[in-house]
Design a protein around this ligand. Structure first.
Ligand SMILES: Cc1cc2nc3c(=O)[nH]c(=O)nc-3n(C[C@H](O)[C@H](O)[C@H](O)COP(=O)(O)OP(=O)(O)OC[C@H]3O[C@@H](n4cnc5c(N)ncnc54)[C@H](O)[C@@H]3O)c2cc1C
Length: 414
């Protein structure tokens, strides 16, 4: 049996970043995962460090868009009919919070985290010798509707309030940045303050290596074995039992598996998402992630090829994959960019852990002393991993928090 200052459950980008931030403060830390470092949701994402995010993803307000989703014609979303009754309360809450005023409130609540996201990653990347994975080339969103820019006015106002630069472009202007894009769109918005990475798994592994260099220990174990022991907590691992006064739950979409048996039920849903890799035709390339905002998919250059990621699928976390969104979006993707053959045969499926208010939960677990939460990072777990770790590090060691943690408290649901 071993005793540590802190145990972190879950070695995705969020848990690994938390473990590293704690180790940097001199704490002895054990990072526990049942599978390995960075192999789940943090493996397959789009690699965007969204320093410029303003409004979160929202429930469609446009009846035509909603109808296309309902009729399973939309590429931006899919659902399993049998799952709808279960996710309906979450969807109703999400719909309510997708009104313009609420979106602006969410943007303001999350801004302190997003504003620090790129900088915190850069610091960890420098310490982890991982800066070669970083591209500070922003990201670009494409639109085809004539009124697309008018519909973005409210978001642009809030971006201005945050001092966030953006450029609105026509197809020619967008091609000046991405010459291989085909002009099958009318407008583009370039957000220069976003960054991206070329291999999310390599990044999480680099942070885990840095954690090990600082004396951190990564072990295999099942987080569901967590239980109270004396005044603290105990987890069973392949290396024996681990005891600690502080345990951080960073299990992404699996957090409920551990929290619910402890009596903490938080309204988390998952938005599943897929990726596939493609070659580009000829010498075509992309310099940054490009989003077809109206059709809800993203293309980004990764070490494995052009990674195409899908929008949301509402289905049970563990249900079998149904990657039908690719059938719907591929013609459009090929209209926009000269995608060639598949680069491999894999279709990856992940599950974004989401709260309806689009805010993560970061802080102490209510009524469970010594238990801490770093969960619910939705579309931004890669983006927010390092700043989440920094904030939790402050809270666990009793330092002044780097940002006000109040908006991210779990108590907002209780
Ligand atoms: C298609 C797609 C695209 C995305 N694009 C982006 C993007 O561009 N930018 C961005 O910021 N975010 C993006 N995201 C979101 C981001 O990937 C997630 O928010 C993030 O990976 C969540 O990280 P995590 O560490 O919380 O979870 P995970 O990476 O899932 O880590 C949880 C860990 O817990 C472990 N675990 C689970 N159960 C147990 C158990 N019982 N015992 C022990 N270990 C256990 C798992 O093995 C896993 O390693 C995207 C997501 C998807 C699906």
């Amino acid at each position: 049996m071993a005793r540590t200052d802190a145990i972190v459950l879950g070695a995705g980008i969020v848990g690994t970043s938390i473990a590293l931030q704690l180790a940097k403060r001199g704490l002895s830390v054990a990072l526990v995962d049942r599978k390995g470092v960075g192999l789940e949701t943090s493996y397959g994402n789009s690699g965007v460090i969204e320093g410029s995010t303003v409004f979160p993803a929202a429930f469609p307000r446009d009846l035509r868009a909603l109808l296309r989703v309902a009729l399973k014609q939309a590429s931006e979303a899919n659902y399993h009919l049998s799952f709808l009754p279960q996710v309906a309360p979450w969807l109703l809450a999400f719909r309510h919070l997708s009104q313009p005023r609420q979106l602006a409130e969410t943007a303001r609540a999350n801004r302190p985290l997003f504003a620090r996201a790129v900088g915190e990653h850069e610091t960890l990347m420098q310490e982890s010798e991982a800066t070669h994975l970083l591209r500070k080339t922003g990201w670009m969103k494409l639109y085809s509707r004539d009124d697309a820019l008018d519909r973005l006015r409210a978001e642009f106002e809030v971006a201005k309030e945050f001092g966030l630069p953006l450029e609105t472009l026509d197809a020619k202007g967008a091609q000046a940045l991405e010459p291989n894009l085909r002009p099958a769109f009318k407008h583009a918005v370039f957000w220069p303050r976003a960054a991206s990475i070329s291999n999310p798994l390599a990044l999480t592994r680099a942070y885990a290596n840095r954690f090990a260099a600082l004396g951190g220990v990564t072990v295999t174990g099942d987080a569901r074995s967590l239980h109270r022991s004396g005044h603290g907590w105990r987890v069973e691992t392949d290396e024996g039992a681990l005891d600690s006064a502080n345990v951080v739950v960073a299990l992404g979409p699996w957090a409920p598996d551990v929290l619910e048996p402890l009596g903490l039920k938080l309204p988390m849903a998952v938005k599943r998402g897929y990726h596939r890799h493609f070659r580009a035709e000829g010498n075509a390339s992309l310099a940054r992630p490009v989003v077809d905002a109206e059709n809800g998919f993203l293309m980004t250059p990764m070490e494995q090829g052009i990674r195409l990621t899908t929008g949301a699928e509402f289905a049970a976390r563990d249900a079998a994959p149904t990657p039908v969104q690719f059938d719907r979006l591929m013609p459009r993707a090929r209209e926009l960019f000269p995608l060639g053959a598949r680069a491999d045969n894999d279709t990856w499926l992940g599950a974004r852990p989401c709260f309806a208010d689009s805010r993560p939960v970061i802080g102490a677990a209510p009524k469970l002393p010594g238990l801490w939460l770093g969960i619910g990072h939705a579309h931004w777990g890669l983006t927010l991993g390092p700043i989440t770790g920094k904030l939790l590090g402050d809270m666990i060691t009793g330092a002044t928090p780097v940002v006000d943690p109040a908006p991210y408290r779990a108590e907002r649901f209780l």
